[in-house]
Design a protein. Sequence first.
Length: 386
Amino acid sequence: MKTILQNGNVVLPDRILAEGAVVIDEQGKIVYVGRAVDLPEQAGETLDLGGKTLSPGLIDIHVHGGRGVTFGEGDLAKNTAAYSEWVVSKGVTGYLMSVAGKSSHALVEMIKRYVEIFNHPPQGAETLGLHLEGPFLNVEKKGAFNPTWLRTPDLSEMKAYEKAANGWIRQMTLAPELPGAEAVAQFCRESGILAAIGHTNTSYEWAEKALREDFKHVTHTFNAQSGFSHRAPGVLGAVLTSDAVSAELIGDMVHVHPGAMKLLLRCLGSERVIAITDAMAGAGLIEGVYELVGHQVIVKDGRATLEDGTLAGSIATMNTCVANLVKHVGLSLSEAIKMASLNPARVIGVADRLGSIEVGKDASLIVIDESINVSMTMVKGHIVYP
């Protein structure tokens, strides 16, 4: 039986359609998007949106966990299920797991276990694959990473990860200035893996070259990378002057000042910026001490930090990041939603079925109010929240 959603506003890729309607078929695909008054009469279950807004589900391509879960630790299947079931309440219908390992062997074994989970996915938000943040990072910009987990890029090691993943690695973050990084990035591009600059202390010239070649994405822009000055523009300068690169932006209002967010958006446009959380286990929980990439992290006063004060991921949720972009940066709702749905879907190669409300795509949708609070979440046509 078809499902008919009506009596609400519908967020489209280029605008918000007032008094719209969406029809979903028995396979969980969208078969109609348009004005409710133009909807042909048909049989099905009607869900009244009550004047709220229907949006594409949010996609987080950089997240380490939440609600007590740290990806890569503990019972992976149980923790994945727990996270997927929780995060739909925050509007997320799909996500990449950002993971790291203390050794190449440990990371290969972790990847293999995740592949088994991805082939038998849990209920709730979709597991869209893996984001390897490391181990090929510059220790000078390690951020919260344990330096003993980091090493020089090695092509044979990267090939071992790719073989173990069987196509499930979507993104690889590495520092382009390290010896061997160019070969790894080229292999990633040829294998359909998004190579991203991150945790790097390289120069403007080297970063600009990398972004013209095999690196097409930037991990948490502004953070853990060489900054900008008028005589040494650094990685940030290369990003701001790029023509095609996509760039992540942590929207928690802690990692990046709203003025810096506006600068990034003015240079790249909302089409090339991807909202992320970079969230860790403490997201969705009370203040306390949690684990992240080999360190203890203190969550207090809205921040997640190491004992020395270094920021260690965030405790943000995706719906809050979208609300921040609207309230503090001045984006329209449709722009902010696109940065958290269609843009990430495009960069990881799933925009053919996710990221926007269009005929033929999966009905992975959310219903939100004006404050971006989530009242309903649907994944592939099935209501999974509340």
